[in-house]
Design a protein around this ligand. Structure first.
Ligand SMILES: [Zn+2]
Length: 139
């Protein structure tokens, strides 16, 4: 993967996830939705894990959810990450989960079931990424 000073990969060409990354680059959050059982799917995959249908497409997400679980990373995988940071499994309100970061608060302030909403941040490789911050309006 290219570093921040290199040319960024065009993630919109990735199989299965290209449309997700293109939306993230526009500052929008989307998720795959099965056209047959109408459930949200994440991570994007060839067939719906609930009914095995290949008839799915991306639909907009509200970007609102709650912290399902979280952990604080004190020792980053590479020096480009600012540590400590919070890695979380967010239960997004359309019934899907996203492994993501919690930003906009101190790690000790993150708790289970905390309302959060999506923010877009620049990751260590220079790409825009979806993260979540405390949603004060939902408290
Ligand atoms: Zn399905």
């Amino acid at each position: 993967m290219d570093g921040p000073t290199g040319e960024l990969e065009d993630r919109s060409q990735r199989p299965l996830t290209g449309e997700f990354w293109a939306a993230v680059d526009r500052g929008e959050l989307v998720r795959p939705v099965c056209g047959d059982c109408h459930r949200s799917i994440f991570v994007p995959q060839f067939a719906c894990p609930h009914c095995q249908s290949t008839n799915w497409s991306y639909e907009p997400s509200s970007g609102r959810g709650r912290v399902y679980s979280h952990t604080t990373i004190h020792r980053p995988p590479t020096p480009e990450f600012d540590a400590p940071f919070v890695l979380a499994d967010v239960d997004v309100e359309e019934g899907w989960h996203l492994l993501t970061w919690i930003v906009g608060c101190e790690p000790d302030d993150v708790c289970i079931d905390m309302p959060v909403s999506v923010r877009f941040v620049t990751g260590p490789d220079g790409h825009r990424l979806p993260a979540f911050a405390p949603d004060e309006a939902a408290r």
